[in-house]
Design a protein around this ligand. Structure first.
Ligand code: HEM
Length: 662
């Protein structure tokens, strides 16, 4: 402690501790805090107050570096006590002189240097001081650790992984801090999609431009950085089989979707994991067995015929131009509604309509810059989305209640006819409140689960199947000889007007081949991703935990090594001996994924597409509209960037049902 007594009346004392710190003026009744490392306790005779200035660490940083000095003005006979952990310098300025003096001149006055006075009897103050330093040290360490962690995650780890793969002969575009290869990647994609392409099926350079570009430089298995996340491209069918095989699949998991995509796809089968996924998958699988789906054929056919009747009415002079990708979405929505809700079709449709509105809101948000947690803000759009969610839930609860009341009418041979029935039965209880329980254990299916599964089917089944129908129609429009072959088959098997029956559908071999070739050349899901849950061996490679494996389905489907020199040509005949024999490797054809998490709705998708295309072939011939521009592109799924306008010509002289079979 240093005590300065008998400071000249109304004198000005300039104090600097260690280096010069902030400059403030002491007033008799008020003392401002000096930022850093000392206390000032001026005592004033006559005023009789003991004022203590305390140091507030939090406030100090900004002013710490401001050069200057602290001044204190003292009344007659005041005393100044200083407690400091550093050396203290003082200079005393006569008040009268001092006030008239310019700062610059005051600074010329000599300092009175006072050494550190050590810990005094004011141990509390010193303790506080120490505590303050301790906190400062702790905070600095914390910041240091955080900085090191961030640098580790965003720089050292990626560099280490890069080196790890490089040693195994796997290269790729160099990692850049934080953004990885995203900048080049987006640049390549934007360039590729800036113009339509010629009428060719060699779409890989346009759709997966980054893969096409870097594969030429680094080979088919390369490392690419999506931000600080490493993705290894795996297009070798043997390795793909290994990833999805039951022996190894426990080492890999689906990666988490973007939160907005998650909102769209729901917490259903698509994104569930572990026990809950296994339980739901087991319960839902029977709905999609071919035997069950076949029961839907008359209803599906009805939806298609209704759509085509409208087209026919619109075809004055026998022709009509249609943008088919939108029309097919309406159709697939209708069919999924029937699969999910059966006899409660109208209620189901209303629910899906609400879900579609929700998807529009989420899709809008997806196109904007993503701000974590923004969806919880009560913005107008978010409030709308919450309202929709509430309405959906209310409608479903009502529907489930009604279904439970009439459960017997909804059964076929004692088994529920549709997805909703199956899930209600899996829920088990007769009591509706149980369904309202949103804490789903893994062994029950709650109303919340049902809502999420509905979202999942709607998301996974609507656009994928509509895209399959769209590309198949485009392909048949581009290849009239195959259109003719397919039509001949349909007319031979089903006649010109009859809705194909389940037996007919099984006989449409050419159409099946065409659909497979369409899924090969234009797979709606162009890629899938798995994440290594642990360090794992894949073929001869060591894959570190956390690495994502990108399986470029489209690239596998277009690989000439697997499919021959005509890999990018439309040749459905390659499937004439079945899917397994179409390529040189049985894993070369994977439009629906592979293994335990393969698409649950694939039978439904093929059935819908077969039925829709067959009925179109019965009624119309078609070609690309003059405005068609070939531009397959990807936004989650493969879709035509400028739509798919097709000119349909009504077929005159349809063969009557009586002619059929003669
Ligand atoms: C042409 C149409 C379709 C294509 C190309 C397709 C493609 C796929 C693919 C590739 C996967 C696996 C994803 C992965 O492993 O990461 C998948 C999963 C799934 N698909 Fe499809 N899909 C189609 C139609 C449908 C339909 C109509 C439904 C249902 C109504 C559906 C429901 C699902 C579900 C629920 C999953 C997740 C299965 C699970 O993880 O257990 N899909 N689909």
């Amino acid at each position: 402690m240093f005590t300065l007594t008998n400071v000249p009346a109304n004198g000005v004392v300039a104090i600097a501790v260690g280096l010069n710190f902030a400059r403030e003026t002491y007033m008799p009744h008020h003392i401002l805090c000096n930022p850093l490392s000392f206390h000032i306790s001026p005592t004033k005779k006559g005023v009789g107050k003991h004022v203590t200035s305390r140091i507030k660490a939090g406030l100090s940083f900004a002013s710490m570096f401001i050069s200057g000095e602290r001044e204190a003005v003292f009344l007659k006979d005041s005393a100044l006590e200083l407690y400091s952990v550093g050396s203290v310098q003082l200079r005393v300025i006569e008040k009268d002189k001092g006030q008239g003096m310019r700062w610059k001149d005051r600074k010329k006055l000599p300092f009175l240097s006072v050494p550190y006075a050590g810990i005094d009897d004011r141990s509390n103050s010193i303790m506080e001081e120490l505590l303050y330093w301790f906190w400062l040290l702790f905070l600095s360490l914390l910041v240091l650790v955080l900085v090191l962690k961030v640098v580790g995650l965003l720089w050292w780890r990626p560099k280490r992984i890069e080196e790890h793969f490089s040693k195994q002969g796997i290269k790729g575009p160099p990692y850049r801090f934080f953004i990885g290869n995203v900048k080049e990647l987006v640049g390549l994609m934007l360039k590729a999609s800036s113009q339509p392409m010629p009428l060719s099926h060699n779409i890989l350079p346009r759709v997966l431009s980054f893969y096409h570009h870097w594969k030429k430089i680094y080979g088919a298995t390369f490392l690419v950085w999506f931000g600080p996340t490493a993705r290894l491209t795996v297009s070798d069918p043997d390795l793909i089989r290994e990833i999805f095989s039951s022996l190894k699949s426990e080492f890999y998991e689906k990666n988490e979707s973007h939160p907005l995509v998650r909102q769209l796809e729901g917490d259903g089968l698509l994104s569930l994991k572990g026990e809950k996924w296994a339980h739901h998958r087991k319960i839902i699988t029977p709905t999609f067995h071919m035997e069950n789906l076949k029961l839907l054929i008359p209803l599906m056919g009805k939806s298609v015929v209704e759509m085509l009747d409208k087209w026919s009415e619109m075809a004055d002079s026998g022709e009509v131009e249609m943008e088919v990708s939108d029309r097919f979405q309406t159709l697939t929505e209708d069919i999924i509604t029937r699969t999910a809700f059966g006899s409660s079709y109208e209620d189901g449709k209303a629910i899906f309509r609400l879900q579609a509105q929700q998807m529009v809101l989420a899709a809008e948000a997806f196109r904007k810059v993503f701000i974590p947690g923004y969806r919880f803000f009560p913005t107008k759009k978010n409030r709308n989305s919450w309202k929709l969610e509430k309405e959906i839930k209310k409608s479903l609860v009502k529907l489930i209640y009604r279904r439970k009341q009439n459960s017997c009418d909804e059964m076929l041979d004692g088994y529920p006819k549709d997805l909703l029935g199956i899930m209600i039965r899996a829920g088990g209880s007769k009591e509706i409140p149980r369904g309202l329980n949103s804490q789903s254990s893994s062994s029950t299916i709650t109303v919340d689960d049902i809502i999420e599964e509905c979202k999942s089917f709607f998301f996974a089944g609507k656009q994928t199947t509509a895209n399959l129908m769209t590309w198949t129609t485009v392909l048949l429009a581009m290849h009239p000889q195959w259109q003719e072959l397919a039509r001949e088959e349909v007319l031979r098997v089903c006649g010109a007007r009859d809705i194909p029956t389940k037996d007919d559908v099984a006989k449409l071999k050419t159409l099946s081949m065409i659909l497979h070739e369409s899924l090969r050349l234009y797979p709606p899901a162009i890629a899938t991703i798995r994440r290594a849950k642990a360090d794992v061996e894949l073929g001869s490679y060591m894959i570190p935990r956390g690495t994502e494996l990108l399986i470029p389905i489209l690239a596998v489907h277009h690989d000439p090594v697997l499919w021959g020199h005509d890999a990018t040509e439309f040749n459905p005949a390659r499937f004439s001996e079945g899917v397994a024999r179409a390529a040189k490797h049985p894993m070369a054809y994977i439009p629906f994924g592979l293994g335990a998490r393969t698409c649950i709705g694939q039978n439904l998708a093929i059935l819908q597409a077969k039925l829709a295309i067959a009925i179109i072939l019965q009624r119309f011939s078609f070609r690309l509209a003059p405005s068609y521009r070939h531009a397959p592109t990807v936004l989650m799924l493969l879709y035509p960037q400028y739509g798919a306008p097709i000119t349909f010509r009504r077929l005159s002289d349809p063969i009557t049902p009586q002619d059929h079979g003669s």
